[in-house]
Design a protein around this ligand. Structure first.
Ligand SMILES: *Cc1c(COP(=O)(O)O)cnc(C)c1O
Length: 251
């Protein structure tokens, strides 16, 4: 057996062990919340890791993968074409990348402005595809009446102001080529994720009153998936706990 094959086998075992551990955490969090583990979809965030890892995860039964940069995601998705995977885009998205993303993404979780809705609709229509969309909500600013201000630089991670969610939802729901699936958020740095995810759950409930089909709540990462599941997350996005630490990438 060559070293490359041996290396692949070791990586498979590592990913299998990590996956078992993450699935155990999700199951325990669901049990604690009185939820069925089948209600929560694990989305593996494969950014900075090679297509070979995506293949191994697919072989191990992972059905959903996520990437946050088009220039990295597109070749990886092409490399993995034919695998039974749903591709999620979870990064900040420039309108000029919409056509590229529409070629491989099944779900865009980071829709945060009407201009992007228009670009994605145009791109999906040209590509003859349907893109499922989540509205990324920024939870960085405190709720009105809660006082204080969030960490100054937090807005850099993107996301719509909660007050803009209804208008964005209507824009997505009426756009050709797009389907409104729900909401996504990242817990603010340094805050209590339970507070943030409870707020997201209220925003999601308000959204479902107008758009009953928009039932997805994408929340929770390696460090806070338990709190997200407790607050009703239907999708958790896990990178580090599955694949290991990422090397810093220069942007
Ligand atoms: C990287 C990333 C994740 C995964 O984070 P981990 O802490 O590595 O699990 C989840 N969501 C988004 C939007 C990300 O960019």
């Amino acid at each position: 057996m060559g070293d490359a094959v041996a290396g692949g086998e070791a990586r498979r075992e590592e990913l299998a062990a990590n996956l078992a551990e993450v699935r155990k955490r999700i199951a325990a969090a669901c049990a604690a919340a009185g939820r069925d583990a089948g209600e929560v979809t694990l989305v593996a965030v494969t950014k900075t890791f090679p297509a070979s890892d995506v293949r191994l995860l697919a072989e191990l039964g992972v059905t959903d993968v996520a990437e946050n940069r088009d220039q990295e995601a597109r070749p990886k998705a092409e490399d993995c074409a034919g695998l039974p995977l749903r591709w999620h885009f979870v990064g900040q998205l420039q309108t000029n990348k919409a056509r590229s993303v529409a070629a491989y993404a099944d779900v865009v979780q980071s829709v945060d402005r009407v201009r992007l809705v228009r670009a994605l609709s145009d791109a999906a229509t040209r590509a003859g595809r349907t893109l499922r969309c989540l509205i990324q909500v920024s939870l960085d600013e405190p709720e009105p009446g809660q006082g204080g201000r969030g960490p100054a630089a937090a807005g850099a991670r993107g996301g719509a102001d909660p007050a803009d969610v209804p208008a964005l939802a209507d824009a997505i729901a009426t756009a050709d080529g797009l389907e409104l699936d729900g909401v996504m958020a990242v817990a603010p740095l340094g805050g209590d994720p339970s507070v943030a995810f409870a707020r997201l759950a209220r925003i999601a409930a308000d959204l479902r009153r107008e758009h009953p089909g928009a039932a997805v709540i994408s929340a929770g990462m390696s460090g806070d998936l338990e709190q997200a599941v407790a607050c009703g997350a239907t999708h958790v996005r896990v990178g580090t706990a599955l694949l290991g630490g990422r090397r810093a990438i220069v942007r």
